[in-house]
Design a protein around this ligand. Structure first.
Ligand code: MN
Ligand code: MN
Length: 468
C-alpha cells in the first residue's frame, strides 16, 4: 500500500497531468465560455467573407473607443487605434506604457475561409437554366459544396468607380443558390471515381435562375436576361461589372449549437474566425499593457498569404514602422524584439478517422487552446519551428494564467500537412508560435468547435497582451 502511493506520487510529480481539459474546469468557467460564445456566433454570422469580417470588427472597435490610425501622430499609453488594409484586413493597436520600445505583441489571425468564388465572366444559360461559373478558393473537398443552400456575398465595382455590396441568401426570407449533383441512379461511373475526381472544379456551377424574362418571346438567353435584369434593378450592375467584382458563394446557414448539451458550435468559417474573434476581443479588453499590442486580422491565408492583403504583404511591417517612427524608434529594432501568437486552428482528433492522427500528439475538443510548435509537411518543410526558449515563455504564460491548453501536431507525420501565417511573421525576425482552437471537419461548410476552447483562446490572447 505504502509503495503504491509512493509510485503514484512520483508519477504525479514526473508525468504530465492526467486530469486535463474540461474535466478540470469549474462550472463558472464553462458558463463564462457559453456567454462569450454568444458574441462569437454573432461575429461568425456577420463575417462570411473578409470584407464583412473587417466591417464588423471595425464596428466593435469603434463602439469600444478605437479610432482610425493617423500617420505621424504620437500616441500615448492606452490609446486605441485601428488601421484597415484595402477593406480586407484590419490591425487594432492598444498603445502600451512602453510604446514600441521593447517590441510589440502581435496576435494575428486570418479572416478568409474556403469558399466558391465567381469567375470573371460567370453568367451563362444552358437548357433554359441560368448559372454562375465559379473558381473555388482555398482547400476544399468539392463534393461537400454541392446540394446545399448557398448565399452570395461580396462587392462589385462599377465602371464609374462606385461600389455596391451584395449579400443574398443568408437571410432565410431571401432566395438561396445551389450546385447540383447527379442522382445515385445514374452515378455508377461517378461513384467509382476517387473522391477528389468525383466532382470536378469545372462543374461547380451554381444554379441561379430558371424563369425567362417573358414567356412569349423568340429571343434566346431569356433566363440569363431575367437574372441580369433582377441584378440590374437591385444593384445597378451590368454583365461587364462582374470583371471588377469579388463575389463569393458561402454556405447559407447560420451558426448553431451542436449536441444535446450545446457544448459545440457548428458553423461556416470557424477557420479562422474562431481565433480572430478571441484575438479581437483581447485587444478590445486591453487597457494599458506594458508593450503596445496589435491584433491583426488578415486575408488570403487560405491561398498562401500572397498579395497585398495577405500576411506576405508589408502592410503590417509598415504599420509597426510608423508607430516606431512616431516614438523615435527604429522599426526593424522594434520587430526584432517583438513576439507573436499566430492565432490559427488545428485539427481536433476525430475518433471516426483515428488512423489519420497520432493520438499522443493530437489536439482534442474541450482540452483548451492548442499550441503547435510547427506545422508544415514531411520533414518539417514550409513552416516556422518555434524555439525551445519561446515555447518556454508561452508555456509559463499559460500556466501562470491558469489557461486550459494542450500541444499537438496536425496529424500523422507523413499523411499530409498544412501551414499557417507563422512563417511569414518569423521572417520579420519576430518570435512566433501557433496557438488556436481545435476544429472538427476543418474546411467543411459546417465546421465544429468547442465553446470552452474558444473562451480559453480569448484568455490566452488577453494574457499574452497583459500578463506574460
Ligand atoms: Mn486557419
Ligand atoms: Mn484553413
Amino acid at each position: 500500500m505504502e509503495e503504491k502511493s509512493k509510485t503514484k506520487a512520483l508519477k504525479e510529480s514526473l508525468f504530465l497531468p492526467t486530469k486535463t481539459g474540461i474535466s478540470a474546469v469549474k462550472e463558472e468557467e464553462i458558463a463564462k465560455a457559453d456567454e462569450f460564445c454568444e458574441g462569437y456566433k454573432q461575429f461568425l454570422d456577420n463575417s462570411p467573407v473578409e470584407r464583412e469580417a473587417v466591417r464588423y470588427s471595425r464596428e466593435i472597435a469603434e463602439a469600444n473607443g478605437f479610432v482610425p490610425f493617423e500617420q505621424d501622430k504620437r500616441y500615448n499609453a492606452g490609446d486605441k487605434i485601428y488601421y484597415i488594409n484595402r477593406d480586407k484586413a484590419i490591425a487594432l493597436a492598444v498603445i502600451g506604457k512602453n510604446g514600441t520600445k521593447n517590441g510589440v505583441r502581435f496576435s494575428i489571425a486570418h479572416i478568409d475561409s474556403p469558399r466558391v468564388d465567381l469567375k470573371p465572366n460567370p453568367l451563362y444559360e444552358d437548357t433554359s437554366l441560368a448559372f454562375f461559373k465559379t473558381h473555388y478558393y482555398g482547400g476544399l473537398k468539392k463534393y461537400q459544396w454541392t446540394v446545399m443552400p448557398l448565399a452570395l456575398h461580396g462587392t462589385v465595382v462599377k465602371l464609374d468607380g462606385s461600389k455596391v455590396d451584395v449579400n443574398v441568401g443568408s437571410d432565410e426570407n431571401e432566395p438561396c443558390f445551389c450546385i447540383t449533383d447527379l442522382l445515385p441512379h445514374l452515378a455508377r461511373e461517378q461513384a467509382a471515381k476517387p473522391l477528389s475526381k468525383a466532382i470536378e472544379g469545372e462543374n461547380l456551377n451554381v444554379l441561379i435562375g430558371s424563369r425567362p424574362l417573358s414567356t412569349d418571346d423568340e429571343e434566346s438567353d431569356l433566363v440569363k436576361l431575367n437574372v441580369m435584369k433582377i441584378l440590374n434593378d437591385k444593384y445597378g450592375i451590368t454583365e461587364g461589372d462582374f470583371l471588377s467584382a469579388e463575389l463569393c458563394f458561402v454556405p447559407a446557414q447560420k451558426s448553431r449549437d451542436v449536441g444535446f448539451d450545446r457544448g459545440l458550435i457548428g458553423g461556416y468559417g470557424h477557420d479562422d474566425k474562431v481565433c480572430a474573434y478571441p484575438a479581437l476581443m483581447a485587444a478590445i479588453d486591453s487597457e494599458a499593457p506594458d508593450c503596445t499590442c496589435i491584433t491583426y486580422l488578415t486575408d488570403k491565408e487560405e491561398t498562401g498569404s500572397d498579395g497585398n492583403t495577405g500576411m506576405q504583404s508589408d502592410f503590417l511591417r509598415y504599420f509597426v514602422y510608423d508607430l516606431a517612427k512616431s516614438e523615435g524608434e527604429e522599426g526593424y529594432r522594434v520587430l526584432s524584439k517583438s513576439k507573436c501568437l499566430s492565432a490559427d486552428v488545428n485539427a481536433a482528433f476525430d475518433p471516426i478517422y483515428a488512423s489519420a492522427y497520432e493520438p499522443k500528439n493530437s489536439s482534442y475538443i474541450n482540452k483548451g487552446v492548442i499550441i503547435s510548435k510547427y506545422t508544415g509537411h514531411g520533414g518539417k518543410y514550409d513552416t516556422s519551428d518555434a524555439s525551445a526558449e519561446y515555447m518556454g515563455e508561452i508555456r509559463s504564460m499559460l500556466e501562470k494564467n491558469e489557461i486550459i491548453w494542450q500541444v499537438g501536431e496536425l496529424g500523422k507525420v507523413d499523411i499530409g500537412g498544412g501551414g499557417t501565417i507563422a512563417k511569414y511573421v518569423a521572417n520579420m525576425n519576430v518570435d512566433v508560435v501557433d496557438l488556436g482552437v481545435p476544429v472538427l471537419s476543418m474546411h467543411a461548410p459546417f465546421e465544429l468547435i468547442s465553446k470552452l476552447d474558444v473562451y480559453e483562446a480569448y484568455r490566452a490572447f488577453y494574457a499574452f497582451f497583459n500578463n506574460m
